[in-house]
Write a protein that binds this ligand. Structure first.
Ligand SMILES: [Mg+2]
Length: 267
């Protein structure tokens, strides 16, 4: 499946999951869908039949509330049956609202923001010391970057030349119910990472070719930060950039319209 189609499938699954479960964070999941699609369909070395194979690349969705996008990608790649997606949040179901490490293919429970990069840096350090070639990818939200622990991990990673570590900032300029600009203003996200010793690439976070090039890049010395400029709710026109879709799940006409847009394939 080409990555554009894989991303569309992820979005379609995300809408279905949010509709059925009533669990939301749909805007966050749609924002990160292309990033996750490129990583799982093209860039990462994955082992769906042997999820903990030591040669796998590691992926941490530090913005764990966007779990639906990750779960849809994992099911799409065969880590677990697709039917599980539609039981998210049910008693006895495997999938909870935030990423849980018991799910095949996940490395770390996340949702308590600001934790993922530190763990990713630890993984990258261990791999480097073992002489391995595996890469570690961590996706963070821009609101999440206000957590102090993110910058401790960023400084540590730059100082220790963790060239096997890539952080991706899903920079959609919104956090929960407000604009980042009104909460913690990012004067220059790229420059902050650069000053911590990272090689920084800025891309359109919904361009598959741009993401492919940036996420495939591995610097010889420095960790890489991909600042991905994104739109929260991307792919469903009436959700794009709308704060309310951080928490809502689509029902009734909203659900029907979202499905129709995604199936029309106009993005
Ligand atoms: Mg955000």
């Amino acid at each position: 499946m080409v990555t554009e189609e894989f991303a569309r499938q992820i979005r379609r699954d995300v809408v279905e999951m949010a509709h059925r479960s009533g669990i939301s964070h749909i805007g966050s999941a749609l924002s990160a869908a292309d990033i996750i699609a490129v990583l799982y369909n093209e860039v990462m070395r994955i082992c769906p039949d042997d999820p903990m194979n030591s040669l796998r690349d590691r992926f941490i969705l530090s913005k764990g509330h966007a779990s639906m996008a990750l779960y849809a990608a994992l099911a799409g790649k065969g880590y677990f049956p697709r039917e599980e997606l539609y039981r998210q949040g049910e008693n006895g179901g495997m999938l909870s609202g935030h990423v849980a490490h018991g799910v095949p293919g996940t490395e770390l429970s996340t949702g308590s923001l600001g934790m993922g990069l530190s763990v990713g840096a630890g993984m990258a350090t261990a791999i480097k010391r073992d002489g391995g070639r595996q890469r570690v990818f961590v996706v963070l939200g821009d609101g999440e970057c206000a957590e102090g622990a993110v910058w401790e991990a960023a400084l540590f990673s730059g100082h220790n030349c963790l060239s096997n570590l890539t952080a991706v900032v899903d920079h959609n300029k919104l956090q929960a119910n407000d604009e980042c600009e009104n909460v913690i203003s990012w004067k220059n996200m790229a420059e902050l990472w650069r000053s911590c010793g990272w090689h920084v690439l800025e891309v359109n976070g919904h361009s598959i070719p741009a993401l492919r090039e940036a996420l495939s890049f591995r610097h010889g010395v420095k960790p890489v930060c991909v600042v991905a400029h994104t739109v929260k709710g991307k792919g469903v026109s009436f959700m794009e950039g709308q704060k309310v879709w951080h928490h809502l799940s689509p029902q009734g006409e909203d659900y029907a319209n979202a499905v129709a847009e995604l199936e029309a394939g106009n993005i």
